[in-house]
Design a protein around this ligand. Structure first.
Ligand code: CA
Length: 365
């Protein structure tokens, strides 16, 4: 191998060419489709180390790729800040300085506002519906096309499920109560909140608690009971509102550098896909296991007051959400193309979920 090729190979995470298991004398270890090449990959993430749900999901993903590939791909997982900061994951993978990343698509609206449609949409689809659109309704083709521009191959790799509406220090009885309220609520939800009269700001996860406690912000959303309990928000705010109208589900993503992905033989490409699919199911399960327990702890042990947003507040926020999404569609052709596909699927699935999911929740209550 020429040195130049060798150096390029290292950049793509190609560790070595191992044909030892495939000797001429004994071919019993030669798996069909195996290239004999090993790959050493690094994964950067947007999460603190072993962060509940998101970080544990990223770690699971790395292990799943490694184990299912029989060690032909090794994955070293880095928490936010260890190799690159949380919000530089996209650039690090896009440039090829690392092979893959685990993150959330809503962080990349500066790259293209359309990425937000693969993260969380206010009053949009829940996890089940989003999965239906992505895998069966044409969503993945749009996802691939959008990310191809950045030399990335995107995969769904995790669901948060329905989030909570957030932590407040006063009760929200009408839209007027949102006026002048300074809340940590990023992304599309933040834009909606601002138009409803509030002041939306962003703060990284590690800074929210202090901001809330010192009065720098009046309110915050984060994820749900499992994550919110671990950050101790109950010590700084009394009212815990639901539902998370702004994030009816967060879809997490695994992004792979396209050059690195193209180096993989077909069987290892499939390993990456299957590991991502498995991460999605297991992360959702982890939230389903831990959110109810954490909510009980918050209410029973810490005296948190659980409140539902009043119907007219939600109605107002919903109409502003539609306005914001339509404006983005009018301004960006790629946003419109994807949002049209998203909306068509959503409109088709809602009457069915009225008959199935909604009706069943009512029946069993
Ligand atoms: Ca959130």
């Amino acid at each position: 191998m020429k040195r130049r090729d060798f150096v390029a190979g290292v950049g793509l995470g190609v560790l070595s060419t191992s044909i030892a298991a495939c000797s001429k004398a004994d071919t019993t270890n030669c798996e069909p489709g195996a290239s004999g090449q090993n790959f050493k990959w690094n994964m950067v993430t947007s999460w603190p180390p072993m962060f509940p749900g998101l970080g544990t999901g990223a770690n699971y993903l790395g292990q799943a790729i490694e184990k299912a590939s029989g060690g032909r791909i090794t994955v070293k997982v880095y928490a936010a800040g260890e190799l690159v900061p949380a919000l530089e994951v996209f650039d690090a993978v896009s440039s090829g300085s690392v092979q893959l990343g685990h993150t959330g698509a809503y962080y990349w609206k500066g790259k293209s506002p359309a990425t937000q449609l693969f993260g969380a949409v206010p009053f949009g689809m829940n996890a089940t519906e989003y999965g239906g659109w992505l895998y069966q309704g044409g969503g993945q083709a749009h996802y691939n096309k959008l990310y191809d521009r950045f030399n990335l191959v995107p995969f769904l790799a995790g669901f948060s499920g329905v989030q909570m509406g957030g932590w407040f220090n006063r009760e929200i009885n009408s839209v007027d109560d949102l006026k002048g309220l300074k809340m940590r609520i990023p992304g599309l939800g933040g834009e909606v909140f601002t138009r409803a009269g509030g002041i939306s700001v962003n703060r990284p996860g590690g800074e929210i608690f202090t901001a809330l406690q010192t009065g720098d912000i009046d309110a915050t959303e984060w994820v749900g009971p499992y994550n919110d309990l671990s950050l101790g928000f109950y010590k700084a705010a009394k009212y815990y509102y639901y539902p998370g109208w702004h994030e009816p589900n967060a879809a997490l993503e695994c992004i792979v550098n396209k050059d690195a992905f193209d180096q993989l033989p077909d069987d290892l490409k499939e390993v990456v896909q299957l590991a991502c699919d498995s991460t999605t199911i297991r992360m959702h399960a982890e939230y389903t296991r831990n959110n109810p327990r954490s909510l009980r702890t918050l209410v029973d042990q810490h005296g948190v007051k659980l409140r539902e947003f009043p119907r007219d507040v939600l109605k107002k926020l919903q109409s502003i959400s539609t306005e914001v999404l339509n404006e983005l569609s009018a301004r960006h052709a790629d946003f419109k193309e994807i949002y049209d596909s998203y909306t068509a699927f959503y409109e088709e699935v809602q009457p069915w979920h009225d008959v199935s999911e909604r009706s069943y929740y009512k029946a069993r209550s």
